[in-house]
Design a protein around this ligand. Sequence first.
Ligand SMILES: [Zn+2]
Length: 362
Amino acid sequence: MKTCKACILSENFPGIKFDRKGICNFCSTYNKYKARLTDYNTLKKIFMKKIQQVKGKYEYDCLVGISGGKDSSYILYMLKNHYKLNVLAYTFDNGFMTEYAKNNIKNVIENVDVDHFFYKPNWDFQRRVYKKMMNIMGIPCKGCSLGMYGTSFKFAFEKNIPLVIHGRSPQQMLREFAPDSRDPFVPFIENSLSENNKEKQLKTLLEFAKRLEKLLSIENEKEDPLIDEIRTKFFPDVSRLLDADMIPDFMGYFIYHEYDEEKIKSFLEKNLNWRRAENDGLLTHGDCYIHDAVEYLRYKKQGHTIMIPELAVMVRQGKISREKALEIMRKELAKIVEPRESMMILCRSLGLDYGKLKKELD
Ligand SMILES: [Zn+2]
């Protein structure tokens, strides 16, 4: 199987293309942006300017999505205590939040002391969104990330909050970073790298909406009524956006700040009574019940796990050597076994036939 000569992605990775030298489109895109993505002096100035432009002008300065994982907990602390912003915290309950995540959220909210609310879409709708995403992408995850980021933007717009700041790690933000990838969030990266104005912000959103439509309508030619429901429940009314005085800026905290996973974990343990998950390790996620099942599905259907494109980002960033990443990848793939409990939860929740799914995978 063909593998990129610079990173570790193979030809089975969705949306991958190779140039004549055997370098993938994700590496060449990263290389094009590398100077801007790593110039933290300039990025920090852009971040400060974005904050200063709006600070104190509205009821809240920013809306921050918090999942109970380390990154969102950390940025909540920093935005409130270091940047002195008036923060509204928000949790999208995706239906699969672990007790571990819920406890962390409770602790963090009490410790940082900010206003917070949960939103949980009705299950029948959310289940259909997951199933649709499974049909399109083989795994349900985009049904959660669209809900989480879409509703955070929608609520910020409706509540007149000028900034939405999220805590996706650079590995998460950049793992499908290429102009023609299927990740609808790609336009926000470009948008984060320079100062903001309303026109640019609107252009980015329309680009995002276009990519999303494309993703959602892959499955069939005729319009699925679920797409309209997704639009209404997860996104602000576009016609209102066009006439709005203020459009929230959607920003990744870790575009502007260097990211050190281990430092963040120790900081949280020390300052916020935050607990590591039992299976804690590099690039792990203890906040979702179906994470292991999804990783298994991804491996069986696509031949990789989410850790692999994230390791590839670390190789591009020079945080880990290609050889080391290949070694971690081989170990990761060798230890994959069916996570039965997580698979049962997935099937039971989405109304899938476990036996049938297993047969499909074999
Ligand atoms: Zn590559």
